[in-house]
Design a protein around this ligand. Sequence first.
Ligand SMILES: NC(=O)c1ccc[n+]([C@@H]2O[C@H](COP(=O)([O-])OP(=O)(O)OC[C@H]3O[C@@H](n4cnc5c(N)ncnc54)[C@H](OP(=O)(O)O)[C@@H]3O)[C@@H](O)[C@H]2O)c1
Length: 432
Amino acid sequence: MTGKPIRVALLGCGTVGQEVVRLLREQADELAARAGAPLELAGVAVRRPHRHAGLGELLTTDASGLVARDDVDVVAEVIGGIEPARTLLLEALKAGKSVVTANKALLAEDGAALAEAADSSGADLYYEASVAGAIPLLRPLRESLAGDRITRVAGIVNGTTNFILSAMTESGSSYADALEEATRLGYAEADPSADVDGYDAASKAAILASLAFHTRVTAADVHCEGIREVTAADIAAAAGIGCVIKLLAICERTPAEDGASESVSARVHPAMIPAAHPLAAVDGAFNAVFVEAEAAGQLMFYGQGAGGAPTASAVLGDLVAVARNRLAGAAGPGSTGYAGLAIRPMAETPTQYHVSLDVADKPGVLSAVAHEFAVHDVSISTVRQDGHGDAATLVIVTHRAPDAALAATITALRGMDIVRAVTSVLRVEGLE
Ligand SMILES: NC(=O)c1ccc[n+]([C@@H]2O[C@H](COP(=O)([O-])OP(=O)(O)OC[C@H]3O[C@@H](n4cnc5c(N)ncnc54)[C@H](OP(=O)(O)O)[C@@H]3O)[C@@H](O)[C@H]2O)c1
């Protein structure tokens, strides 16, 4: 038994939008049965209608007019970028229409404005497709774990950089060669900066941290380093200590200590992780995210993080959910910023470093280098020294220390006469 159709305005019909249209059409009967009413396309807004001839009269270039139409119940946005998406979605929410979006950039920059508009009109704002493509991750954070206290969310959320780092690890190739291969195979865009500079992962980290810690975290709050500086020597150095390098997004809750209140941090940077760590086995364009919660313990989510059909699967799941809510006259879980925790700056966030140095091989060098770590209150976990002629390679892994102290130690080492070169500096995760 199904009710009156739920009418969907689709904004954008590119890689993801085309798959949303296909699945809405091909699975119409099943979707109707699951949602409780048919999901009907009311219209599709694009920029260049001549490229979408198959959509006939559904097509429009007037996205704002489509959103405002009385016969539209739900707006699904897969245009991307900040404007006009922000204005269109605010218009929809203010008019009480439910919104489904895949737009990580907009949510990470101005998710609060969208959440407030949804809260005030009682409309739904769902965005499962914005992080980790097909992987059900946001709904588990928002709903399944609503009874628990999440302490950490960490993982691989960008397939392009994971593909490049996997290729560098497997073939020993340089960053430039691996990027060229990724571009040739369609895993990297012509302008890869959003991926390789870490911005895409930082947007996702902001969305994950906001949901996990019930605190507004924006992309600007996320410390962000990309993979351009990762060298074949770094990959070899990682292998030397039984590790691989991954670009990680890490969101953590820091307990209250020394009179300071609880805080949260979010960061994106390349890191060495032990080859036996489950994230080390996540290769190519796949994504995986670890969630740690006080009662649930560790959970791992794994799957395809991008692509038209996988991302459309998440959009369709949200469309069914908001349709069910509308039919029930209810709204799903709303805004989650009630905790309002402080954002801990990267400089104060405890991290662990792996450092490789070329030094003069003479008495006193090791103690002079160790002294520089001690001066900055950084404790050393392991040291390995390999002599070759009048030079030696020192490989040092630290214990966790505030990131600023570690960075200051590296600056001081670079200024020492006995240090000929600092050949590799990378953070390490999962060794302690
Ligand atoms: N692709 C993925 O694997 C993936 C994965 C996860 C999330 N996402 C997110 O999904 C969203 C869409 O990504 P995509 O890869 O599908 O993008 P895309 O292939 O570039 O498609 C964008 C679509 O938006 C339309 N468009 C652009 N400006 C418009 C405007 N002003 N008014 C109306 N339509 C407009 C374009 O119209 P024309 O076709 O006429 O040019 C095109 O159909 C983004 O937020 C992205 O971050 C994508």
